[in-house]
Design a binder for this molecule. Structure first.
Ligand SMILES: [Zn+2]
Ligand SMILES: [Zn+2]
Length: 336
């Protein structure tokens, strides 16, 4: 089959590789769509937890083409999305409802072959059969939206609380819609790209401000924001984010920063303001609510896709995505 291979840091090829084997408790999928994600860029730059070589891709859906002999609840032809976070289910952390911190965690497209390929294998227990109404575009957003749903469960958002969202890339634009669904009051978005600001306005931002004009935030929330969300992963943005928090405010680190990045905060301010700092890693059994939100139209993903392209175009689109020149890019591997 054809697949994208990250053979070493900052090195990628499209190559012919053997088809994936089908283990007894797994299925093999023909990949329909796989989304390029900021995490793929961090992997490529060797600032994440992956080893090389790797077939990346963790935001995908596909059609079952083979089932292992122990698989009873999936059949050839089923359309499924895959939760790429593989949890063991029996370690201390899994048993404490923290499966995303499983001691034996594996990630499809992170620590084992992923979806930028014609075929990929996945444990049957990680597959979610798709409602017929979901398009391939929506299906490839289940995983990123499930990460957003996990974040919504991590924060405490009071009704009508003003929220500040830093960054309006594809994930920021999902967060914006989710925060509004969760009952946020005014939602201000700060972003450097004008086209993304326009999309943020269309998708319900109360105020969409170019980066550098943050002074205008004071009018919207004179005491600061109840929740501030970073969806940039940029250390300089993160370091400046706390100054927008109201007393009792909550800061959410959603954007993925390089794993070696450091920022400084004032412990005194944290103490003096009753602030809460929250992280949100991946997802934790949040595929079903994400599927529901997409199926009932609560979250609109159509405007978030800038490119749907064949596998052959991966390299150029990946570099454009990494440079912030695209929104979500969906790759469609060629059928067999
Ligand atoms: Zn992702
Ligand atoms: Zn576990």
């Amino acid at each position: 089959m054809q697949a994208v291979l990250f053979s070493a840091p900052e090195t990628l090829h499209i190559e012919r590789v053997p088809d994936p084997p089908c283990a007894p408790d797994e299925v093999v999928l023909q990949v329909s769509r796989c989304g390029i994600c900021g995490t793929d860029v961090h992997i490529y730059q060797n600032e994440y937890m992956s080893d090389f070589p790797l077939i990346p891709g963790h935001e995908f859906s596909g059609v079952v083409v083979e089932t292992g002999r122990a698989v009873t609840d999936l059949q050839v032809g089923d359309r499924v999305a895959v939760d790429p976070n593989l949890y063991c289910g029996h370690c201390d952390l899994c048993r404490n409802e923290m499966a995303n911190h499983c001691l034996h965690w594996q990630g499809i497209g992170i620590s084992r072959p992923g979806g930028f390929a014609q075929y990929t294998a996945a444990p049957a227990r990680a597959c979610y059969r798709l409602p017929e109404c979901l398009t391939d575009t929506q299906a490839a957003f289940i995983e990123p939206l499930a990460c957003v749903v996990h974040a919504m469960k991590r924060i405490r958002l009071l009704p009508a609380d003003p929220v500040l969202l830093l960054g309006a890339g594809p994930m920021g634009l999902l967060l914006l819609q989710a925060l509004r669904r969760m009952g946020a009051g005014a939602v201000a978005v700060v972003e450097k790209q004008p086209a993304r600001l326009e999309l943020a306005r269309q998708l319900g931002a109360t105020l969409a401000l170019p980066a550098g004009q943050e002074d205008a935030l004071h009018e919207l929330a004179p005491r600061g924001f109840g929740v501030v969300v970073d969806a940039t992963g940029i250390p300089a943005v993160i370091e400046g984010a706390l100054r927008f928090l109201r007393p009792r405010g909550l800061y959410l680190q959603f954007g993925v920063a390089p794993n070696h990045a450091r920022v400084s905060i004032s412990p005194y301010d944290l103490f003096r303001n009753d602030w809460t700092l929250v992280g949100s890693f991946a997802l934790c059994y949040t595929f079903l609510p994400a599927i529901d939100w997409l199926a009932n139209g609560a979250i609109d993903v159509t405007p978030l896709v800038s490119h749907v392209a064949p596998l052959q175009d991966f390299a150029s689109l990946f570099h454009q995505f990494a440079a912030g020149q695209t929104l979500k890019v969906h790759i469609q591997p060629p059928p067999a």
